[in-house]
Design a protein around this ligand. Structure first.
Ligand code: KG4
Ligand code: ZN
Length: 342
């Protein structure tokens, strides 16, 4: 079954062809990151316009790179939430138009569930199916959710952030330190040369004991105050890259410590057979390394970094598992900007 996936929830216009939920035939992403970087974050109206400009060429490229004609496509999958309303609308309208014109089944997909299914793609993992339940950490620019995946397409929410998402906190911390947008990759890059054991900067960790919830806004404020006290905020760090890098590394370590500990605690409490990571923050090298090192014998499935960030292959993969379990959506499918999972 060949599914065309479409993703426009934030600032990537993406389309992909995936066979049988696992094999990527093409995975095209037109990133708007350089356009939004000028403003220090995603500007919703600019994102919608860019999606409009890119949508048709990106879909055409996904077909041609996948060596497929429209007649080879069996279904259309599209992200219908959560995300920016105007951005989601471009993808959903494109998907509906194609479904109508070609008489194809249409599957609206939850973007967060898409991030889960990135772990199934391309057989990148030797054994992607240890059975259920699995504990899933989805950490992105808008969400930090811990979920119990009880079986395909069925989830229970175990914990979530009470304030900022992990990715959002990386983006804000990078802005304070003058490292640019998006913050996660920038913080990872400057932290790479730093030996964390030698860093004396101490930043707090919000454990919220007894829950699987997260909180990152206190950490963000602590970083802001420290950076101001040490003259590293508001451009002050430009001439002191080593100190900025140490502060960035301390920040990254705080986020990674909490994400790792809570994910492992959730897996242990639930008797999970494995752990799945997904979402842009799980592209973070330190998080990947720490979780793998601490998981003991528990299988940890982490998509390659390029599939952790937003893409349409994950949307197409997810739809394959929906297709066997529920009816397709009608042409009345609408965007749901605050859609939840679990
Ligand atoms: O999943 P994603 O691409 O888009 C959303 O659905 O939000 O996640 C984007 C977020 C941004 O906040 C970005 O700073 C963060 O993921 N991110 C990272 C890394 N790469 C992207 N955070 C930490 N380390 C990274 N290497
Ligand atoms: Zn995402």
């Amino acid at each position: 079954m060949l599914i065309l996936g479409i993703e426009t929830s934030c600032d990537e216009t993406a389309a992909a062809l995936v066979a049988d939920g696992r094999v990527i035939r093409s995975n095209v992403i037109a990133s708007q990151v350089e356009i939004h970087a000028r403003y220090g974050g995603v500007v919703p109206e600019v994102a919608s316009r860019q999606h409009l400009l890119q949508m048709i060429p990106v879909v055409e490229r996904a077909l041609s790179q996948g060596g497929a004609a429209w007649s080879d496509v069996d279904a259309i999958a599209v992200t219908y939430g959560p995300g920016l309303a105007g951005a989601l609308m471009v993808g959903v309208n494109m998907a509906k138009a194609v479904a109508l014109a070609r008489g194809l089944p249409l599957f609206g997909i939850n973007h967060l569930e898409g991030h889960v299914y990135a772990a199934w793609l391309e057989g990148r993992q030797p054994d992607v199916d240890p059975g259920f339940p699995l504990v899933v950490l989805v950490a992105s620019g808008g969400h930090t959710d811990l979920l119990l995946m009880e079986e395909h397409c069925r989830y229970r929410l175990l914990g979530m952030t009470r304030d900022d998402a992990a990715g959002e906190s990386f983006d804000k911390a990078a802005r304070v330190l003058g490292l640019g947008f998006p913050g996660g990759p920038a913080i990872q890059r400057v932290s790479q040369g730093i030996k964390i054991e030698e860093v004396r900067q101490e930043l707090p960790r919000a454990w919220l004991r007894g829950t699987l919830d997260f909180s990152f806004s206190g950490l963000k404020t602590a970083l802001l105050h420290k950076a101001q006290e040490q003259g590293l905020a508001d451009g002050g760090g430009a001439s002191r890259p080593k100190e900025v890098a140490e502060m960035a590394a301390a920040f990254q370590e705080s986020v990674v410590d909490v994400l790792t500990a809570k994910t492992l605690a959730a897996a242990s409490d639930a008797g999970a057979k494995g752990i799945i990571l997904g979402g842009g923050v799980t592209a973070n090298a330190r998080l990947r390394e720490r979780l793998r090192a601490k998981a003991g014998g528990l299988p940890v499935f982490i998509p390659s970094p390029g599939l952790c960030v937003d893409n349409a292959a994950m949307v197409a993969s997810c739809a394959f598992y929906h297709a066997g379990r529920r009816n397709a959506d009608g042409l009345d499918l609408d965007v749901v900007p605050s859609l939840k999972l679990g």
